[in-house]
Design a protein around this ligand. Structure first.
Ligand SMILES: *Cc1c(COP(=O)(O)O)cnc(C)c1O
Length: 463
């Protein structure tokens, strides 16, 4: 067997995929053989706009000369060496670069975090959870065990990351494997039970909301219920990705950070999706001037080139691990490819590109998408159009005024994305939430084309 698509259908198991459908011989898989800028190219030479930036990882497009060269240059030296018992220049440089981006204008003497490298978003979160758990014990605070996290939060698929995720759809089956956590209402205005405002066409629910910030009250109550057992609050700041591009009202993160500070809780921010300019700032925490105790980064860190991730951790947590060897305070955790020099080299080039042009392009993309948002509101079944930085999300509903969703079995979002594919746009829905999350390098014409394909495809499915 030499035909890639036949081998794939016979032998490969794809993630988050119903394989009974995938292996249908009448629908061979889309085989991608190349990429260029914001486009992907299939084996027949068809081009598609990469509408979800290759699952939210890609920042500058595909085959970016600066990124390709960074990898080639590092390959000329060494592809990988372990981080156990040795250090490498690219990984050291990356730790410095990440902290510089995180601390922005602060003096280096004020930096108070360290960087722990791993392989992907899930492992960056897993490391954060284990650091917190162990640090609490080594600080004599073993009673502080409870992690508090938001409904529909998503932090990855490893067992620890699932435990703090609150995604019934993905995690129900595994619930006996998970450690207990405390779930708090998510601050998502469109479907918030406290929001008294009726949906208004053309107005994002976040901006027309009528409420008293009850979501903050709910967090306050959860922290007080957890009492002395409370250890940390975990959340995706600004936008919950897999939770349906649920966007938070301004000020929520600041309030939660203050509550953590007042109650001795650590704040773990998962910026695996929101990091590196995805929400209109280098990191989403910058928008509310919040400095988390732990920050998980992944996806865009390598510009979408290689799997590599990082956990930034505050010195007060790190210091709990210092001691004599026999005290066994070491963080006994790590991965074979921790600090991978190739991944670090391309990440370093990515950070440079972001400063040189990426952040400016992200801003231009944000403005560009904003121009197209009104066109979606005109469609009957569009319930909410929301945008944060260069992320645009369109939520389809059966009924506008009640915000009633379609039955999930109808797979409306999926059908719309199938129509998009026929027209040259690839993106994945989250149930009936459609996402436009292009590489920052996408040009005006590509944005225009992505938006009009998406609109046509919604009409093709829903009339
Ligand atoms: C994708 C994602 C993860 C998991 O990252 P992987 O690289 O898929 O393991 C964790 N948190 C958030 C917010 C994500 O979007």
């Amino acid at each position: 067997m030499s035909n890639g698509s036949a081998i794939d259908q016979r032998y490969v198991w794809h993630p988050f995929t119903q394989m009974k459908e995938w292996t249908d011989p009448d629908t061979p898989p889309l085989m991608i053989v190349g990429g260029e800028g914001a486009e992907l190219i299939d084996e027949d030479g068809n081009r598609y706009i990469d509408g979800n930036a290759s699952i939210w990882t890609n920042l500058h497009g595909h085959r970016v000369p600066e990124l390709d060269e960074a990898i080639q240059e590092q390959l000329g030296k060494i592809a990988h060496c372990s981080s156990l018992g040795m250090a490498s220049q690219p990984a050291a440089e990356l730790a410095y670069g990440l902290l510089k981006m995180f601390y922005q204008d602060s003096e280096e003497s004020d930096w108070q975090h360290r960087v722990f490298f791993s392989d992907d978003g899930s492992t960056a979160m897993e490391a954060a959870l284990k650091m917190v758990h162990q640090a609490r014990q080594q600080r004599g605070e073993a009673n502080r065990q409870t992690m508090i996290s938001l409904s529909t939060g998503y932090h990855g698929d490893t067992v620890g990351a699932m435990s703090i995720g609150q995604s019934p759809l993905f995690h129900q089956t595994y619930k006996d494997l998970l450690f207990p956590t405390k779930e708090v209402m998510r601050p998502a205005c469109y479907r918030c039970p406290y929001n008294q405002a009726k949906p208004v066409k053309g107005q994002e629910a976040r901006l027309s909301r009528k409420c008293h910030f009850e979501c903050v009250g709910e967090m306050k109550q959860a922290i007080s219920e957890a009492g002395e057992a409370a250890s940390a609050v975990v959340m995706e700041p600004s936008v919950q990705g897999a939770g349906g591009m649920a966007m938070m009202p301004e000020g929520y993160l600041r309030e939660v950070a203050d509550l953590c500070q007042q109650n001795g809780l650590w704040l773990i921010l998962d910026e695996v999706m929101t990091g590196f300019g995805r929400t209109g700032a280098p990191f989403a925490c910058h928008k509310e001037e919040v400095i988390p105790d732990l920050l998980a980064l992944g996806k865009g860190m390598t510009g979408g080139y290689l799997p590599m991730a990082a956990t930034l951790v505050h010195d007060q947590i790190y210091e709990a691990f210092l001691g004599e060897y026999e005290e066994l305070k070491t963080f006994f955790h790590g991965h074979s490819y921790s600090g991978n020099p190739l991944g670090a080299a391309v990440s370093n080039a990515n950070l440079r590109l972001l400063q040189e042009r990426g952040f400016d392009q992200a801003k231009a993309l944000e403005d560009n998408l904003q121009q197209h948002a009104p066109l979606f509101w005109e469609l009957d079944h569009v319930g909410d159009v929301r945008q944060e930085g260069p992320i645009l999300a369109i939520e389809l509903v059966e009924d506008f005024s009640s915000a009633q969703s379609f039955p999930f079995q109808r797979r409306i979002g999926h059908q719309v994305c199938q129509e998009c594919r026929k027209r040259g746009l690839l993106t994945r829905p989250i149930l009936d939430v459609l996402v436009l999350m292009l590489p920052y390098a996408a040009g005006e014409e590509q944005v225009e084309s992505a938006a009009s394909i998406l609109r046509e495809s919604i009409e093709a499915v829903l009339g």
